[in-house]
Structure formats: structure tokens, C-alpha cells
Write a protein that binds this ligand. Sequence first.
Ligand SMILES: *[C@@H]1O[C@H](CO)[C@@H](O)[C@H](O)[C@H]1NC(C)=O
Ligand SMILES: *[C@@H]1O[C@H](CO)[C@@H](O)[C@H](O)[C@H]1NC(C)=O
Ligand SMILES: *[C@@H]1O[C@H](CO)[C@@H](O)[C@H](O)[C@H]1NC(C)=O
Ligand SMILES: *[C@@H]1O[C@H](CO)[C@@H](O)[C@H](O)[C@H]1NC(C)=O
Ligand SMILES: *[C@@H]1O[C@H](CO)[C@@H](O)[C@H](O)[C@H]1NC(C)=O
Ligand SMILES: *[C@@H]1O[C@H](CO)[C@@H](O)[C@H](O)[C@H]1NC(C)=O
Ligand SMILES: *[C@@H]1O[C@H](CO)[C@@H](O)[C@H](O)[C@H]1NC(C)=O
Ligand SMILES: *[C@@H]1O[C@H](CO)[C@@H](O)[C@H](O)[C@H]1NC(C)=O
Ligand SMILES: *[C@@H]1O[C@H](CO)[C@@H](O)[C@H](O)[C@H]1NC(C)=O
Ligand SMILES: *[C@@H]1O[C@H](CO)[C@@H](O)[C@H](O)[C@H]1NC(C)=O
Ligand SMILES: *[C@@H]1O[C@H](CO)[C@@H](O)[C@H](O)[C@H]1NC(C)=O
Ligand SMILES: *[C@@H]1O[C@H](CO)[C@@H](O)[C@H](O)[C@H]1NC(C)=O
Length: 498
Amino acid sequence: MGSFKIISIFVLVVIFFPSFHPKCGASASAEEAAALFKWKASFLNQNNSFLTSWKLQSGNAKNSSVLPCTWAGISCTDGSVNRLNLSDWSIKGKIPPEICNLRNLTHLDFGINQLSGPIPVAMGNLISLQFLYLCQNNLTGAIPKSLGNLTNLIELYLYENQLSGPIFKEVGDLKFLTDMELGENQLNGSIPISIGNLSNLKTLYLYKNQLSGSIFKEVGDLKFLTDMELGENQLNGSIPISIGNLSNLKTLYLHNNQLSGPIFKEVGDLKFLTDMELGENQLNGSIPISIGNLSNLETLYLQNNQFSGSIPPTFGNLNRLVDLKLFHNHLSGPIPSAIGNLISLQLLSLSENNLTGAIPKSLGNLTKLIELDLSDNQLNGSIPASIGNLSALKVLYLDNNQFSSSIPATFGNLNKLVNLTLYQNHLSGPIPPAIGNLISLQFLYLYQNNLTGAIPKSLGNLTKLIELDLSDNQLNGSIPASIGNLSTLEAGGSKAFP
Ligand SMILES: *[C@@H]1O[C@H](CO)[C@@H](O)[C@H](O)[C@H]1NC(C)=O
Ligand SMILES: *[C@@H]1O[C@H](CO)[C@@H](O)[C@H](O)[C@H]1NC(C)=O
Ligand SMILES: *[C@@H]1O[C@H](CO)[C@@H](O)[C@H](O)[C@H]1NC(C)=O
Ligand SMILES: *[C@@H]1O[C@H](CO)[C@@H](O)[C@H](O)[C@H]1NC(C)=O
Ligand SMILES: *[C@@H]1O[C@H](CO)[C@@H](O)[C@H](O)[C@H]1NC(C)=O
Ligand SMILES: *[C@@H]1O[C@H](CO)[C@@H](O)[C@H](O)[C@H]1NC(C)=O
Ligand SMILES: *[C@@H]1O[C@H](CO)[C@@H](O)[C@H](O)[C@H]1NC(C)=O
Ligand SMILES: *[C@@H]1O[C@H](CO)[C@@H](O)[C@H](O)[C@H]1NC(C)=O
Ligand SMILES: *[C@@H]1O[C@H](CO)[C@@H](O)[C@H](O)[C@H]1NC(C)=O
Ligand SMILES: *[C@@H]1O[C@H](CO)[C@@H](O)[C@H](O)[C@H]1NC(C)=O
Ligand SMILES: *[C@@H]1O[C@H](CO)[C@@H](O)[C@H](O)[C@H]1NC(C)=O
Ligand SMILES: *[C@@H]1O[C@H](CO)[C@@H](O)[C@H](O)[C@H]1NC(C)=O
């Protein structure tokens, strides 16, 4: 890094700018041009078309004070570079320490390039910087502590690199910071408590790193925070109650960590929350009733935890909810009938719990549902005919329950259905011929029930079918020859297929 290979260009720079020193501190835009030109020479792809205006023409050399200011990607104030924006220019190279010659920079954007190597320590000299975007590159090494000197920073974007080591605690000195985006790196160690000092912070993105330790309670001091994304790390301990103070919060992503303990009831104070993802942790206790206050909620993911108790009927207030995932917990009790109020719902997954009772008829109100998964519970009673109203459904999983009585003929309305599983229940009666209307069906599993009667001829309409399993029933008759190109056909165990 910083050792430039193209000697002839270096000589040119020295001839035109004899006063140039690669040390920081000197001023003049001639020097800025020299520093930039020298950097360009170090790019592996310097004949990149974005960079054609970056040249030191001999005719213009005496007017060097305007030079870098006329180049693409650069703006100046009072003849000195204040903005450098090379975003998405396909630049392959390293960031040289000489970047610190651009003393008056307020905006630096090298995002979406192929920069590699470390962030130079000398960047800590760019004390006028307000916007520093180095995101979506291939930068490695630790984030230099010297960035803590950039006390005018408003936005710091370092996401999607390969930065490693800890988050420098000096980050807490960046008092004007509103956006800190460090996601998708390999940062480790704990989240510095000093972040609690960043009282202007709105966005805190630390997702997809290897951060460990607990979430410090001072996070509750960040009263302007709207987005907190800490998912996909190795955070442990409980979710601090102080998060309930973040009254501007819209997004709370803590999924895929090792968080334990309950969700505090103060979560219900986060009135502006639209997305809450806490899945893939070890959270336990019951789901707080107060979640029903979050009337702006669109996404609620609590899957793969150890929540117990029942689904609060207050969920019926969440009428903006689009995606609800509660699968793989220890939830018991009935599916509250109030769930039928969630008319925006597209995805409802309650599978792998201990839910009991019948499917509420009101579920038939959720006409925007695309995926309904109630499998692996202890649900019983008959499957309500109103399920036939869910005409947008592509996936319906009701397997592994204790449903009895017959398959409603209204299932014939579900003509977008791709996957239908009803296996391992106690369903009886015939397969309704209307099943032949489900012309999009690819996977149909009805095995291990008590279905009787003939296999309807209309099954021959299901030309997209890939797998059909009717085994372990008491069906008779034969599978229509016209049926789709089956890769798996299981009909054994039915009377007709010994
Ligand atoms: C920065 O700007 C000041 C005044 O605006 C000027 O005196 C100084 O030379 C500039 N620094 C550089 C490195 O151009
Ligand atoms: C410059 O472009 C030419 C073709 O346009 C290519 O052959 C050459 O490899 C490029 N040089 C660099 C350093 O990218
Ligand atoms: C130097 O640049 C300025 C501003 O662009 C221009 O007005 C002036 O004519 C140039 N002088 C020479 C000698 O090229
Ligand atoms: C750089 O330019 C891109 C688009 O050309 C813009 O989206 C981005 O905000 C700019 N960066 C800065 C720091 O102003
Ligand atoms: C980033 O580096 C990795 C290996 O270190 C390499 O495989 C990858 O192609 C690089 N990506 C870019 C965009 O340069
Ligand atoms: C950053 O500031 C500290 C004092 O706060 C100083 O000692 C250090 O040299 C500065 N680092 C840089 C790279 O400017
Ligand atoms: C962080 O990762 C480095 C290796 O990249 C390792 O040496 C160090 O012990 C890790 N620190 C923590 C706190 O895990
Ligand atoms: C369901 O309840 C039974 C009996 O109370 C228990 O043994 C089982 O572990 C529970 N299953 C789940 C997924 O919570
Ligand atoms: C929801 O479903 C129930 C039971 O099927 C019905 O009585 C009620 O009118 C429905 N509500 C709406 C808003 O459709
Ligand atoms: C249907 O089920 C198959 C097999 O389990 C799966 O690969 C496919 O993704 C499912 N289709 C949809 C739309 O979920
Ligand atoms: C099928 O029905 C018989 C007789 O009613 C009953 O003994 C058996 O348990 C039922 N099987 C299933 C899988 O429901
Ligand atoms: C479905 O199958 C039945 C019986 O085989 C046939 O009468 C009907 O026309 C078919 N419907 C469609 C939409 O193909």
C-alpha cells in the first residue's frame, strides 16, 4: 500500500509539482492534484473510462490550481477539493496514506469498488470529513482508531468489506454521527459502550459480523435511533429493557444471535416499529401481550426460540402485519380467533409448536395469505371450509396434527396452490374431486390418514404434479394416467395398491 509502481508518472508529478511531499500537512490544490494523480497511477485499471479526465496536461500545468477541480468525481470550494465521489467506478487498487493531503474533504465516497488493503491510519487527519463511504469494497485489517478524530463525521459507511478486529471505542467521540453502518464484515469483540454517547445516531447497522458479548443497556440512550440491526452475530445475554426507551425505532433486528431471557413488556412502547426480527435465538418466557400495541408492525419474526405460553389474542390488533413467523417454539393453547383480523397477512407460520384446538374459521378472512403453515402442532377438529377463501395461497401445510373429518370441497378454489400437505392427520371421507382444479399443484401429500373411496379421475388434471403421496389410507381405484410427470408416486398402503 502506498508504494506506487509506475515510476514514469511519479517522475512527471515531481517535475510539475516539485514542492510535493507525500507527508501530510502541506496545502495547495496543486498538491491535491498530484496526490490524486499519483493515486490514479496506482490503480490496476487506470484506463477505466471514468478516469479519463484525470490528467496533468502540460498546457495546463501552470494553471494547476484548477486542475483537480475539473476532473470527474471532484468538487472544490475555494480551489481546494472538498468532495471526492468515485462511487461505483470499478476501481481496483488501494487507498494510499497520501489521501490525507486532501485536507478540506467533507465528502469522500469510494463505495462499490474493488479497493483492497487496509484503511490508512492517516485518514484520521481528514478532520473536515462529514461523509465517509468506503462500503462495498474488499478492505481488510482493523478499522483504525484514528477515525475517532473525525469529529465532524455525520455518516460512516464501511459495510460489506472484510474488516476485522474490534470496533474502536473512540467511535464514541463522533458526536455528530447519525448513521453508522458497519454490517457484513468480520468485526469481533464486544460492541463498545461508548456508542451510547452518539446521541444523534439514527441508524446503527452492525449485522453479519462476529460480535460477541451482550447488548449494553446504554443503547437505550440513543433516543433518535430509528434502525437498529445487530442480527447475525454472536451476541448473548438478554435484550436490555432500555430498548423500550427508543421511541423512534422502526426496525429492530436482533435475529441469529445467542440472546436469551424474555422479551420485556416495554417493547409495546415502540409505537413506530414496523419490523421486529428476533428469530434464531434462545429467547424464552411468554410473548408479551403488549406487542399488540405495535399497530405499525409489518414483520414479526420470533421463530426458532423457546417461547412458551399462548399466542396473545392482542395480536389481532396488528392489522398492518404482512409476515408473522412463530414456528419452532413451545407455544401452546389455541390459535386466537382474532388472528382473522390481520387482513394484510401474506405469510403465517405457526408450525412446530404445541398449539391445540381447532383452526378458527376467521382465518378464512386472510385473503392475501400466500403461505399458511400450521404443521407439527396438536390442532384438531375439522379443517374449516373457509380456508377455501384463501385464493392467493401457494403453500398450505397442515400436516402432523390431529385434524379429523373430511377435506373440504372448497379446497378446489385454491387454484394457485403449489404445495399441499395434509399427511399424518385423522382425515376421513373421500378426496374431493374438486382437488382436480388445483392445476398449479406440484407437491400433494395426503398419506397416513383415513381417506376412503375412489381416487378421483380429476387428479388427472394436475399436470404439474411432481410428487404425489396417497399411501396409508383406505383409497381404491387407480391413479389417472394423465397425471403430471411424477418423480415420486407413493400410493402403497391404500387398499388398491397392496
Ligand atoms: C483548505 O481550505 C483553506 C481555506 O478554505 C485553504 O487555506 C487551504 O489551503 C485548503 N487546504 C488545502 C489542502 O487545499
Ligand atoms: C488498458 O486498456 C487496454 C485495452 O483498452 C488493456 O489491454 C490494458 O490491459 C488496460 N490496462 C490496464 C492497466 O488496465
Ligand atoms: C486558469 O483557469 C481559470 C479558471 O478556469 C481560467 O479562467 C484561466 O483562463 C486559466 N488560465 C490559464 C493560463 O490557462
Ligand atoms: C456519490 O454519488 C452517488 C451517485 O452518483 C450518490 O448516490 C452519493 O450519495 C454520492 N456520495 C456522497 C458522499 O455524496
Ligand atoms: C475480494 O477478495 C476476495 C479474496 O480475498 C476475492 O475472492 C474477491 O474476488 C474480491 N472481491 C472483489 C470485489 O475484489
Ligand atoms: C488523533 O487525535 C489524537 C489526539 O486526540 C492524536 O494524538 C493523534 O495523533 C491523532 N491521530 C491522527 C491520525 O490524526
Ligand atoms: C478477533 O479475531 C482475531 C482474529 O481475526 C482474534 O485473534 C481475536 O482473538 C478475536 N477477538 C475476539 C474478542 O474474539
Ligand atoms: C409439547 O408438549 C409436550 C407435553 O407437554 C412436551 O413434551 C413437548 O416437548 C412439547 N413440544 C414442544 C414443541 O414444545
Ligand atoms: C372474519 O371471519 C368471521 C368468521 O368467519 C366473520 O364472521 C367475520 O365477518 C369476518 N370479518 C371480516 C372483516 O371479514
Ligand atoms: C414445495 O415443496 C417443495 C418440496 O418440499 C419445495 O422444494 C418447494 O420449494 C415448495 N414450493 C414452495 C412454493 O414453497
Ligand atoms: C382410522 O380409523 C380407524 C377406525 O375409525 C381408527 O381406529 C384409526 O385410528 C384411524 N386412523 C387414523 C390415522 O386416523
Ligand atoms: C378435470 O378433470 C375432469 C375429470 O377428468 C374433467 O371433466 C375436467 O374437464 C377437467 N378440468 C380441467 C380444468 O381440466
